[in-house]
Design a protein around this ligand. Structure first.
Ligand code: NAD
Ligand code: 3PG
Length: 525
């Protein structure tokens, strides 16, 4: 039974779903990195929010880990390249808390417009400072939206409902989508110069870090109010404080900080500064949504192999997973066969599908071929890290889907380019389930590839099979299955034998010197 650790506070629905789906679950929150390192080795899955940092060190200690599930959106607390390299799927729940976070941005915009926190503190202090708190209306004001993705779009919709004009900067926003959202697409400088309020809704990347730098803050309109419910690091906090102190910036509301938890910060105590402790996603509705989603996604992966919302692997629905399972076994076996047989550096690998296979999601098939191929070199390779390792090694991966109908109802062919030329193997599914080799380096040969095998290329000549049988018999090796194929009568032939135990190097050496043998190799699957 797979075992998951929930290491951040999560709605109880997550644990309930894991258990209902046959996944054992421990909820242990508030651990230090050292404490997490000590226990993570027991788990197949790790369910987190933003508090747990999934670093290279944690991943190194996570010897059984297969999936990290983020109950939320931002995954900047997960070292995704390190997870990919270790074959760990990283998934998030990209929509579960979007409405809640958009609403928080709108709430902070009102808090700034009407100085609600200060007015509340003053009133409760018995001051009744009616004349101190003069607000501004949102109606007819311009909202500058930096990032018009899931959350930004919802903020735009709500802002338009408030009769604001929305100007958006997002390099990936198409003109059609801007029209659909009823917003104006602009460049950053235009937005900065026109916005009465600016709200940030981008991930933190090398391009967005300090997008509101001292230089860009200086381009804003005097009296601008700024909201950040996205990520700390998008705003230069020192420059923001200077802008508030000088009065150029009329107000700023931050839910997120460069350093979190933000127990101390230079902005604290600054007039017209409002803050919340990363509460963007903190509503009952959002937390139930993300807890349910993350548990379902992780259980799907751990139990059925279904992949949804992964950031380092193509999606594979729970419906597709059982259909693709035999294909992935076939693909992995073909990858392994070609990895064992093709010597020297590979420059290109081409994966072709035809017949029924051509109707399937090809990415998992490709991932499985690459995993089979690379596992020949390292047993820590899986479908997640195989494409990553292939890219790292400069292997050019090509996918070809053929519409044509061939001799087989379904077929997967793998061709690699080596220094010695192209090498190709092909297989089908027997009875729609059992992987079967049908072609090896251009020779038709039907074989089940499993367990320990001996591969021999020889000249097709009478008496050869007897000699092989005798050689194996004398070595005390029992033959399970025997598959033969040849290019032409008297030409090159291949022989694939399955045997009950590993084929020793000594036996391979004996076979290699038999008359007519061109090459012999032990294979294992
Ligand atoms: N405060 C919270 O509790 C909370 C909750 C949920 C999400 N978030 C954060 O909110 C942010 C937005 O989330 P989302 O779901 O809308 O993400 P999203 O991926 O749907 O949208 C992000 C948008 O930013 C745009 N973008 C990327 N680079 C840009 C750039 N250089 N300049 C301008 N725009 C750029 C993208 O094109 C995209 O449209 C994320 O950082 C997420 O982690 C915070
Ligand atoms: O990216 C997110 O989903 C938010 O930052 C929410 O973070 P949290 O789950 O720690 O509240």
């Amino acid at each position: 039974m797979p075992k998951v650790l929930i290491s951040d506070k999560m709605d109880p629905k997550a644990a309930q779903i894991f258990r209902a789906r046959g996944v054992e679950v421990d909820e242990i929150t508030g651990k230090t990195p050292e404490e997490l390192k000590a226990i993570i080795g027991q788990y197949d899955g790790l369910a987190i929010r933003s508090a747990t940092k999934v670093t290279q060190e944690i991943l190194d200690a996570a010897t059984n880990l297969k999936v990290v599930g983020r109950a939320g959106i931002g995954v900047d607390n997960v070292d995704i390249p390190a997870a990919s390299a270790k074959g760990v799927v990283v998934m998030n729940t990209p929509f579960g808390n979007s409405i809640t976070t958009a609403e928080h941005a709108i709430a902070l915009m009102f808090a700034l417009a009407r100085q609600l926190p200060e007015a509340d503190a003053s009133t409760q202090a018995g001051k009744w400072e009616k004349n101190r708190f003069m607000g501004v209306e949102l109606t007819n004001k311009t909202l500058g939206l930096v990032g018009a993705g899931n959350i930004g779009s919802i903020v735009a919709d709500r802002a338009r409902g408030l009769k604001m004009k929305v100007v958006a900067y997002d390099p990936f926003l198409t003109p059609e989508r801007a029209i659909e959202l009823g917003i104006e697409k602009a460049d950053l400088d235009t937005l900065l110069s026109r916005a009465d309020f600016i709200t940030l809704h981008t991930p933190l990347t090398d391009q967005t870090r300090n997008i509101l730098s001292a230089e860009n803050l200086a381009k804003t309109k005097k009296g601008v109010r700024i909201i950040n419910c996205a990520r700390g690091g998008l705003i230069d906090e020192a420059a923001l404080k200077a802008g508030l102190d000088s009065g150029h910036i009329a107000g700023a509301a931050l839910d997120v900080f460069v350093t979190e938890p933000a127990k101390e910060n230079g902005l604290f105590g600054t007039p017209n500064f409002v803050s919340t402790p990363h509460l963007g996603a903190s509503t009952t509705e959002a937390q139930v949504n993300v807890a349910i989603q993350v548990a379902e996604q992780m259980a799907d992966y751990l139990v059925n192999g279904g992949v949804t919302n992964a950031l380092n692997m193509p999606s594979l629905s729970a419906e597709e997973a059982p259909k693709l399972k035999p294909y992935m076994a076939l693909a992995e076996t073909l990858g392994s066969l070609i990895g064992q047989l093709a010597h020297g550096p590979l420059s290109t690998i081409s994966i072709e599908v035809e017949g029924a296979a051509a109707d399937l999601n090809m990415k998992p098939i490709t991932g499985a071929v690459l995993a089979g191929l690379m596992r020949v070199y390292s047993d820590t390779v899986n479908m997640v890290n195989a494409p990553f390792l292939a890219r790292e090694r400069g292997l050019d991966v090509r996918e070809v889907r053929h519409d044509r109908e061939g001799d087989y109802h379904t077929l997967v062919r793998v061709t690699v380019k080596t220094e010695a030329g192209e090498r190709s193997v092909a297989g089908t599914l027997f009875g729609n389930a059992a992987p079967r080799l049908i072609e090896l380096f251009g020779i038709k040969v039907e074989a089940d590839l499993e367990g320990h095998m001996l591969y021999v290329v020889n000249e097709d000549a009478p008496g050869f099979i007897g000699r092989i049988g005798t050689t194996l018999g004398e070595a005390g090796v029992n033959i399970g299955t025997f598959h033969l194929g040849r290019r032409s009568a008297g030409g090159e032939a291949v022989l694939l034998l399955s045997v009950d135990e590993p084929v020793s190097p000594e036996l391979v050496a004996k076979v290699r010197v038999l008359p007519g043998v061109k090459t012999a190799m032990a294979l294992s699957f």
